[in-house]
Ligand binder design. Structure first.
Ligand code: MG
Length: 243
């Protein structure tokens, strides 16, 4: 009888402690269904910032007027060097996934930082460089795909002048406390033409051309596209998803 009880208790013990695959299954919350018809079109939960028709989601960076960048018949927009600093979204954003496509000029009369230089700024402060870096050596922390003056791209994924290229950017916004101190760094992950070029790199502060990065407290802010100089650059198919 004692042996039978011992076996019974052992079986109960095993039954109570046996692990099951169900122990580690998580069923809720269920991720929301989102549909995208291709890997570059805006998913159905995205905010389309430029669809080829107009710049109604944007304004000039300096002066706040409507942008005069040139809308083209092929659904792209070309930078006009009008001294307005570029364009910025009317809406403010925090952490986002951002898709944009850009094309550098086949006019090779300029070089270095003057060849189709633009840039996409998250929160108007943190620049991923846009530049013709196909055959245009420059300082590598300022070539296409760099977090400007902070992080060199892992590889140079640049296409030839005149060919459309894409950026897919994951931006984690920095956080600040009420005393203006940074409590959490921001991060960038960037794919250039589908190739990983920035792998969750820490944003050290504002991407300054001169001097070290700055860390002045801020909240959500516009996404902006730079109007630098010299040779043309065009954009198309720009959309963003809030994270
Ligand atoms: Mg730039």
């Amino acid at each position: 009888m004692r042996n039978q009880l011992t076996i019974l208790f052992a079986l109960i013990f095993i039954a109570c402690n046996a692990q099951s695959s169900k122990d580690t299954e998580i069923w809720e919350p269920v991720p929301k269904k989102v549909y995208s018809s291709s890997d570059s079109s805006a998913p159905d939960d995205a905010i389309v910032l430029f669809d080829g028709k107009d710049l109604s989601k944007w304004k000039a960076k300096w002066g706040g007027k409507e942008s005069e960048w040139q809308i083209n018949d092929d659904g792209s927009v070309t930078v006009v060097f009008d001294g307005t600093g570029g364009i910025q979204t009317i809406e403010n954003f925090g952490s986002v996934q951002l898709h944009l496509e850009w094309k550098t000029s086949e006019d090779l009369s300029h070089k270095l930082q003057d060849r189709s230089n633009s840039g996409v700024f998250l929160q108007n402060r943190y620049e991923i460089q846009i530049l013709d870096s196909y055959d245009n050596p420059t300082y590598v922390n300022g070539q296409a795909g760099s977090v400007y003056k902070q992080h060199i791209p892992l590889v140079n994924a640049s296409r030839k002048p005149g060919e459309w290229q894409s950026y897919d950017i994951i931006f984690e916004a920095p956080e600040f406390n009420d005393d203006g101190e940074k409590t959490k760094s921001g991060y960038f992950t960037v794919f250039h033409n589908g190739i990983l070029i920035q792998n969750h790199v820490e944003i050290l502060g504002t991407t300054e051309n001169v001097g070290p990065p700055k860390n002045i407290a801020h909240g959500d802010a516009p996404i902006s596209l730079q109007n630098h100089c010299c040779t043309q650059i065009s954009f198309r198919n720009i959309w963003v998803r809030k994270l």
